[in-house]
Design a protein around this ligand. Structure first.
Ligand code: GRG
Length: 299
């Protein structure tokens, strides 16, 4: 069953606000946290963003028949890890970006040392939040910690980022090499968002497999859409510079496949994600709408 786009966009706005309120509450740290560090963490964590990963975790939890609110701590942890990766990715030693989410990047505002520390603090706080909120459900806590660490670590996002840096020296020319980088760099955290939502709902193996398939398809389509926006998008709407990847000679989907073929591949991936969401019957309708949003977005 597909939902009207006005209904779903109101629903996503409502969920985004709930996620932002929960993130704000997780940043109520004691006096032990130095004021500048807290300010730098708040600047990046509460400074906009689509909240795509946390909303996926909430929708996955709901699709599996549980109250979406029970996945809020997992959702916050995902956004903390995602934000840390953006803060570190923007540093001069990495992508060297001055603008993020329509504002100066963290290191431009607070200096490089504070940006590194704020990223470190967000990464570690993510695991504290999971352990604290799911203390009474040790299996949920362990499953969420495992998924998040595996997706963010050396075989996931950090590994993907490393491969991406190596590709600046030895450029990628094959589509499967590019796919391997993106599956780790962005795809795994997106899949983990779905699977963590499923674990909070204590989903059965069939549901977890459907969430994994949905996440893998949506994750890759998200990256293709990002590459398309980077080559054809509007920097004002996106709140960051565009065209940097192709300017630096980095491989992109439109660069390797062409714009039309990239769009077709993204559409096929989204159709596959939608087919996976049908396992959940009417409970999967919001996941279906979210999958459509991934390729329709303008930022
Ligand atoms: C530094 C360890 C480390 C990893 C960085 C994810 C990543 C790895 C870098 C981000 C670089 C980038 C622009 C990747 C393209 C796809 C992507 C993750 C875009 C940003 O995510 P959105 O669109 O951002 O969800 P918002 O601001 O909406 O949260």
């Amino acid at each position: 069953m597909s939902l009207a786009s006005s209904t779903i966009s109101e629903e996503f706005t409502r969920l985004r606000r709930e996620v932002e309120a929960a993130l704000k509450s997780e940043l109520q740290l004691s006096e032990q946290c130095p004021a500048t560090l807290r300010e730098s963490m708040e600047y990046s964590l509460l400074g906009g963003g689509k909240r795509f990963r946390p909303i996926l975790a909430l929708l996955a939890c709901e699709a599996c028949g549980a109250d979406y609110g029970s996945a809020m701590p997992a959702a916050c942890a995902l956004e903390m890890v995602h934000t840390y990766s953006l803060v570190h990715d923007d540093l001069p030693a990495m992508d060297d970006d001055d603008m993020r989410r329509g504002r100066p990047t963290n290191h431009v505002r607070f200096g490089q040392a504070m940006a590194i520390l704020a990223g470190d603090a967000l990464l570690t706080l993510a695991f504290e939040v999971i352990a604290k909120h799911y203390r009474k459900e040790p299996e949920v806590a362990a499953n969420c910690c495992f998924e998040l660490a595996a997706a963010a670590g050396p075989e996931g996002m950090v590994g993907g980022q490393t491969a991406d840096l190596s590709a600046e020296i030895e450029p990628v020319t094959e589509l499967n090499q590019l796919e391997m980088i993106h599956r780790r760099k962005t795809g795994r955290l997106i899949t983990a968002s779905l699977v963590m939502g499923g674990h909070v709902a204590k989903a059965d193996p069939r549901s977890l497999a459907a969430l994994t398939e949905y996440g893998n398809s949506v994750g890759l389509a998200f990256q293709i859409a990002d590459d398309l926006l980077d080559s054809t998008g509007n920097p004002e709407k996106m709140g960051k510079s565009v065209g940097k990847d192709s300017d630096r000679g980095k491989a992109t989907y439109p660069g390797l496949m062409g714009i039309e073929e990239s769009r077709e591949r993204a559409v096929k991936l989204i159709e596959n994600a939608i087919a996976s969401s049908r396992v959940f019957g009417p409970n999967g309708a919001k996941l279906e709408a979210m999958a459509r949003f991934v390729i329709e977005r303008e930022h």
